[in-house]
Design a protein around this ligand. Structure first.
Ligand SMILES: Cc1ncc(COP(=O)(O)O)c(C=O)c1O
Length: 394
């Protein structure tokens, strides 16, 4: 039988990660040492109190049933957490859990737009920001993020007509992949822009706990007027090393939350009770490990960026997220070709910037998921390989 698949499925390309993974297996089979800087999975462990909550919950048969709703204790934990962490007060109907921000971003367009509606997403940007709206037939309009503007949008780059048509806009700082952060002035401009054109704002706050240079991570909702225009996604994945448990939250504007909850109530049966219990432990437990982990990421950031600069590759320090956004070394133009050459010559796996949109071309993204001594070893490998000098001669 010849299967027919949807046009939408045909448009989804095999992720670059599986291509890199394939190449990685080839190198490993050939006995080569591999330095994998391409995946966004932290190498840190969850805190013991989180694993304990999970294992205790696993012994109660009640926790294997459909959850259907978020438990009161989960909502209360999230309310207290947002109050203590960000000074943001949330009512219970302004909070809902998700199976991760990835899932939330993939589905929210179902609640917010119809085919042909305009959605604004960053370029370069995290891929699901455009994939979700594309799946419902929305028209994606990208807004550019340029290095000369600290990878923040310049609202005047968005044509008036596009802004008028836009249904919602996805914004995310600290930003993956460009590793920049936003300050209060930016959020004030964003809220004013959203109000002027009646655009819903979705702020993905996946990295508020991984931010460098003495800055404090913020919530979009802490700025006046934010709740009137949008919602925020707060994920437990990176802050608490719970990537595989799949839990994050959508918080903020209650009308958006209500509509999104209605849609999701038809496509799932609630966040697993085992996961809800683990999340309560994470949100209500000690937070020092989150800060300690951020300091460790910062040491890796300095080891990688400082190390690369010391051997002649001019990579600026990341300002936040668990990544580094590196312009290609002199002489190289194509990020995929460079990624493959780097892998072949050094065993170092990075992600080509083009995977994040055409404005990502000319960059590669590196994840800070290896300890400092291994990072130093990888930097040494790059130096010895001669790949930087080879580019200069081109
Ligand atoms: C910007 C951004 N948003 C969302 C996610 C996914 O988060 P979650 O694990 O909550 O689905 C990631 C993961 O890398 C991310 O970088």
């Amino acid at each position: 039988m010849e299967f027919q698949f949807s046009e939408r499925a045909q448009k989804i390309e095999e992720g670059i990660f599986s291509i890199l993974d394939h190449k990685k297996s080839e190198l490993m089979a050939a006995g080569r040492k591999v330095y994998n800087f391409s995946v966004g999975t932290p190498d840190f462990q969850p805190q013991p109190h989180i694993m304990k909550a999970m294992s205790e919950a696993a012994l109660d048969p009640e926790n294997y049933k459909y959850a259907i709703t978020d438990r009161e204790e989960l909502l209360a934990a999230m309310r207290n957490f947002y109050q203590n962490r960000f000074g943001v007060e949330l009512a219970r109907d302004e909070i809902m859990s998700l199976y991760g921000s990835q899932e939330g971003m993939a589905h929210i367009a179902i609640a917010l737009c119809d085919p042909g509606d305009v959605v604004l997403v960053p370029n370069p940007g995290y891929p699901v920001f455009s994939l979700g709206p594309e799946l419902v037939g929305a028209q994606i309009e990208t807004y550019p993020l340029y290095a000369e503007n600290q990878f923040l949008p310049d609202f005047s780059d968005i044509p008036e007509e596009t802004a008028r048509k836009a249904r919602f806009m996805i914004v995310s700082y600290p930003a993956n992949p460009v590793c920049s952060v936003a300050d209060g002035t930016f959020y004030e401009k964003l809220i004013a822009f959203a109000r002027k054109y009646e655009i819903i704002v979705l702020h993905d706050n996946a990295y508020s706990d991984i931010i460098y240079g003495g800055r404090e991570g913020q919530s979009f909702l802490s700025y006046p007027g934010a709740r009137e225009v949008g919602i925020e996604f707060y994920s437990l994945s990176k802050s608490y090393n719970m990537t595989g448990l799949r839990i994050s939250f959508a918080v903020g504007n209650r009308e958006i939350i209500r509509e999104f909850r209605k849609v999701r109530s038809q496509i799932d049966y609630g966040t697993s009770l085992l996961v809800q219990k683990s999340a309560v432990a994470a949100l209500t437990g000690p937070q020092e490990a989150v800060r300690e982990q951020c300091r460790e990421y910062e040491k890796r950031n300095q080891a990688l960026c400082g190390g690369l600069r010391s051997i002649g590759w001019n990579v600026p320090d990341s300002q936040g997220t668990m990544f580094v956004w590196a312009p290609l070394p002199d002489g190289y133009k194509n990020s995929e070709a460079f990624t493959l050459e780097l892998m072949e010559k050094t065993g170092m796996i990075v992600t080509p910037g083009s995977a994040f949109g055409d404005l990502g071309e000319g960059y590669v993204r590196m994840a800070l998921v290896l300890p400092v001594p291994v990072i130093e070893e990888a930097v040494e490998k790059i130096k010895e390989s001669g790949i930087l000098a080879a580019g200069e001669k081109r």
